[in-house]
Write a protein that binds this ligand. Structure first.
Ligand SMILES: Nc1ncnc2c1ncn2[C@@H]1O[C@H](COP(=O)(O)OP(=O)(O)OP(=O)(O)O)[C@@H](O)[C@H]1O
Ligand SMILES: [Mg+2]
Length: 232
């Protein structure tokens, strides 16, 4: 199986603050991996390092087997890694459809088009011409997922996509994530909701203090085993 994303011995900083300490993580084609850990352990910093928003000062980041000595956000997108950022980052003065089209900026072609995203999320078609930030929280999250799909990625990084959402919406998103994966896209799901992790992911990596400290198969570990990595 081809490795889509590889972080090896990564050290990453915000200014002088040393956040990731020799972190290693791999995601292969078609895999569904969860990245879990308590608040502040550095999960978002993993995403930020891949996007060049935290500085990489040791170790390697590889996307689709290409080494990125100085990662930048456009590089990830061009090489097939799309991000659904924590907090969604919907652009306020663009409509729903314009927000979706932003995701297509890399020009990568594939299964996902605006009509196909609308099939997946019919509510986005109904609201196509309203400002993106006029949507409810759950709908904005769907828009953020749709925007990532528009890049036709081989891998999507989802950073706490269910944070603050009602349980019924979380369940719907779980179904969607599995549909997206079934269509061939690999997922790296950063999540605090272990029930959702167990529904979606096959493998997990647990972080503590800026490094991956445990990994395994979700089925072997079970919900209690997963919870142990996120309990405060
Ligand atoms: N821009 C920044 N400058 C300096 N320190 C930062 C910055 N962003 C985050 N940090 C610090 O880096 C550490 C890791 O933060 P990060 O956001 O990666 O954690 P997280 O695991 O994503 O947490 P959460 O579950 O709350 O989203 C924290 O101690 C945080 O305070
Ligand atoms: Mg975070």
């Amino acid at each position: 199986m081809k490795t889509l994303l590889a972080l090896e011995g990564v050290n990453a900083f915000y200014g002088a603050a040393h956040i990731l300490h020799g972190l290693s993580l791999h995601v292969s084609e078609g895999e569904k991996v969860a990245l879990i850990g308590r608040n502040g352990v550095g999960k978002t910093t993993v995403v930020n390092t891949i996007l060049g928003l935290a500085s990489l000062k040791g170790g390697h980041v590889k996307i689709a087997d290409r080494l990125l000595p100085r990662p930048r956000s456009y590089m990830a997108a061009q090489r097939g890694v799309a991000v659904v950022p924590q907090g969604r980052c919907i652009v306020a003065n663009l409509t729903v459809e314009e927000n979706l089209l932003l995701g297509a900026a890399t020009g990568r072609k594939g299964h996902w088009t605006v009509p196909r995203v609308y099939e997946l999320f019919p509510i986005l078609r109904e609201r196509a011409h309203t400002p993106g930030t006029a949507l409810s929280g759950g709908q904005q999250q769907m828009l953020a997922v749709g925007r990532a799909l528009m890049a036709n990625p081989a891998l999507i990084l989802l950073d706490e996509p269910t944070e603050g959402l009602a349980p019924i919406i979380v369940d719907q998103l779980g179904v969607i994530f599995n549909q997206v994966a079934a269509q061939g896209t690999a997922l790296l799901l950063i999540e605090q909701n272990m029930t959702l992790v167990a529904r979606v992911a096959e493998r997990y990596c647990a972080m503590a203090k800026g490094a991956v400290v445990a990994e395994g198969r979700v089925d072997d570990t079970g919900l209690d085993g997963l919870h142990r990595h996120v309990m405060v």
